[in-house]
Design a protein around this ligand. Structure first.
Ligand SMILES: Cc1ncc(COP(=O)(O)O)c(C=O)c1O
Ligand SMILES: N[C@@H](CCOP(=O)(O)O)C(=O)O
Length: 460
C-alpha cells in the first residue's frame, strides 16, 4: 500500500514513511492510494474475536511490509495490555436498540489511547531499526496531548512537545500533561485556542528547514496511523451487533473529524455502516457545513466540552479528497480559500455526497448538562460532556438500525461539568488518585512560530 497527499504534490510514501512523516510536504494529509476492502465472510468472521485479532486483520492491508506479522502482533498485544477492560472497547446497551462504545479504558481515560498506545509501539520499533531520533510536536485541546505523553514518555529516540491552549483544558487534562517527570516530555501552554496550536504545528511542518533539522514527527490525527488504528473499533462494534448481516449507525462526538473519518474508512472497507452522525458542541462548523454547504470558520467559543472546541477540523480535508474525486488540485484550492477567506463553498455534487454518508446535530451548553442528567437517571451511566453531546444527537437520529454512540472520554476528566449536572463529582480511578498532589512542569509561550521553534531547538 502506498500513501498519497490530499494536495497531490508531495512524494508518495510507504506506510512507515507516512507514519514517521506526519504532514505531507505540500501541506496535505496522507491517505492510502486506494481503499482495500474486506469480504463479507472476512467481516463475519471477526465476530467473537479478541480486539487484538480484529485490529490485526483490519490494519494489515494498510501496513504493507512495515512490520512482519509476528512484529505487528507483538505491537498490538503490547499496545492494549494496559487497558483496564478485557474487551478493550466494550459496548454497553443504553436503550432498546442503542449502545455506547466505551473508548476510555486506556491509561489516560480517552479514546486517544486506542491509537496512541499503538503508535508508540510502532514508532519505537521503526526508529530503533532505522537508528533515528525524532521530535514529536503535537497540538491538543486536552486529550491527544496526555495520550501522546503517556505513549512516548521515557523513550530514548523521541522528544515530545505538546502545545495546549492555556486555560482552556480541564484541570485533569492539564495535570496529565504537566506532571510526568521524564526529561523527554515537554508541556507547552500556548496563549491562544486549539486552532492556534494546531496551526502552529502545521506551520512548523511547512517550515521545511526547521522540520528537517529537528526530525519533526506528528502524532495528531494528521498522522494516518492514528486514523487507521481508530477504524478498528467500528468493526468490533458492528460485528458484535450483527454486521455484516445488519447495518449499524454510529454517532460520533466530533472536533477534528479524525474519529468519524475512521468510521468512514471502515465503511469504505466494506463494513455496512448506515449513517455516520457528526455530533458537535457550539463550535459547530461541521454541522453548519452539512446544513448549508458553506464551510465557514467562526471564532472558537470555550465550552464545557473543551476537547471539541475546534473550528478547523483537520481531517475534513481527507474527506474532501474523496468528495472531489481524489483531485489534489481541487483540495489545495479549497484549503487556500479557507486560509485566505476563512470559508469555502462545497460544490453541489460534493454536498450531495457528504449528505449521503453523514448526518449531523449540534448541542448547546445547557442541553449538554441536561443530557448528562437524563442519561444518569435513565441508564445509570455517568457521561463526560463530549459523550453526552453524542447521545443527545444520536437520539434525534434513531431509526431501525442499531445506533452506537462513541463514548470518547471518562467522566472523571471533566468533573466540574459532571458535578454541575448530577450533583456528584466523579472520582479518578485509583491508579491516578494522587494526580492533584503531583508537581507540575510547564512552559508558557506566546502563540508565535519563531518563539516556539527556538524553544524546541533549545530543549530537545
Ligand atoms: C473526549 C473527546 N471527544 C471527542 C473528540 C473529537 O474527536 P475528533 O477530533 O477525532 O473529531 C475529542 C478530540 O478531538 C475528544 O478529546
Ligand atoms: N480533541 C483533540 C484535538 C486534537 O485532535 P487529533 O485527533 O487531531 O489529535 C485533543 O484532545 O487534543
Amino acid at each position: 500500500m502506498r500513501y498519497i497527499s490530499t494536495r497531490g504534490e508531495a512524494p508518495v510514501l510507504s506506510f512507515e514513511e507516512a507514519m514517521l512523516t506526519g504532514l505531507a510536504r505540500d501541506g496535505g494529509l496522507y491517505v492510502p492510494e486506494s481503499w482495500p476492502t474486506l469480504s463479507e465472510a472476512e467481516i463475519a468472521d471477526m465476530a467473537g474475536q479478541s480486539y487484538e485479532e480484529v485490529a490485526f486483520r483490519v490494519m494489515k492491508p494498510f501496513i504493507g511490509d512495515a512490520f512482519t506479522d509476528e512484529e505487528f502482533r507483538g505491537i498490538i498485544a503490547r499496545a492494549y495490555q494496559g487497558f483496564s477492560h478485557i474487551a478493550r472497547v466494550p459496548l454497553v446497551q443504553t436503550g432498546a436498540n442503542d449502545w455506547l462504545m466505551e473508548l476510555h479504558h486506556g491509561p489516560t481515560l480517552a479514546f486517544k489511547d486506542v491509537a496512541m498506545q499503538l503508535i508508540g509501539q510502532m514508532f519505537e520499533l521503526a526508529l530503533k531499526r532505522r537508528g533515528e531520533r525524532v521530535t514529536i510536536v503535537g497540538a491538543t485541546s486536552g486529550d491527544t496531548g496526555s495520550a501522546a505523553i503517556e505513549a512516548f514518555r521515557g523513550l530514548d529516540a523521541v522528544d515530545v512537545f505538546i502545545l495546549y491552549p492555556h486555560g482552556r483544558v480541564s484541570e485533569v487534562q492539564r495535570r496529565q500533561m504537566t506532571t510526568p517527570s521524564e526529561a523527554n516530555v515537554h508541556a507547552l501552554a500556548i496563549d491562544g485556542d486549539f486552532d492556534t496550536c494546531q496551526q502552529l504545528v502545521k506551520d512548523m511542518f511547512n517550515d521545511l528547514t526547521f522540520r528537517d533539522r529537528v526530525g519533526l514527527a506528528g502524532v495528531n490525527s494528521i498522522n494516518w496511523a492514528r486514523v487507521l488504528a481508530q477504524a478498528v473499533y467500528y468493526f468490533t462494534a458492528a460485528t458484535a451487533l450483527g454486521a455484516p448481516a445488519r447495518t449499524v449507525d454510529f454517532t460520533v462526538p466530533t472536533g477534528n473529524f479524525g474519529d468519524i473519518f475512521a468510521g468512514y474508512v471502515a465503511k469504505r472497507m466494506g463494513l455496512p455502516i448506515g449513517k455516520l452522525i457528526i455530533a458537535t458542541n457550539q463550535n459547530d462548523i461541521l454541522h453548519r457545513t452539512l446544513e448549508s454547504g458553506a464551510h465557514e470558520k467562526h471564532g472558537v467559543t470555550p465550552s464545557i466540552s473543551p476537547s471539541m472546541d475546534i473550528q478547523v477540523s483537520s481531517n475534513f480535508e481527507r474527506l474532501l479528497f474523496d468528495l472531489y474525486d481524489r483531485e489534489g488540485d481541487a483540495v489545495a484550492q479549497l484549503m487556500t480559500e479557507l486560509k485566505e477567506n476563512g470559508r469555502f463553498d462545497l460544490s453541489q455534487g460534493a454536498l450531495d455526497r457528504l449528505r449521503e454518508e453523514f448526518a449531523s446535530g449540534r448541542v448547546g451548553e445547557d442541553e449538554t448538562l441536561a443530557e448528562i442528567t437524563t442519561m444518569a437517571k435513565l441508564t445509570g451511566h455517568i457521561l463526560c460532556p463530549h459523550t453526552a453531546i453524542g447521545t443527545r444527537v444520536a437520539r434525534e437520529h434513531l431509526g431501525t438500525n442499531p445506533m452506537v454512540t462513541l463514548a470518547t472520554a471518562h467522566a472523571a476528566k471533566f468533573p466540574d461539568a459532571v458535578e454541575a449536572a448530577t450533583g456528584h463529582r466523579p472520582a479518578l480511578p485509583p491508579r491516578m488518585a494522587d494526580l492533584y498532589d503531583r508537581s507540575e512542569r510547564v512552559t508558557r509561550l506566546p502563540g508565535e512560530l519563531a518563539a516556539l521553534e527556538r524553544h524546541i531547538e533549545q530543549n530537545r
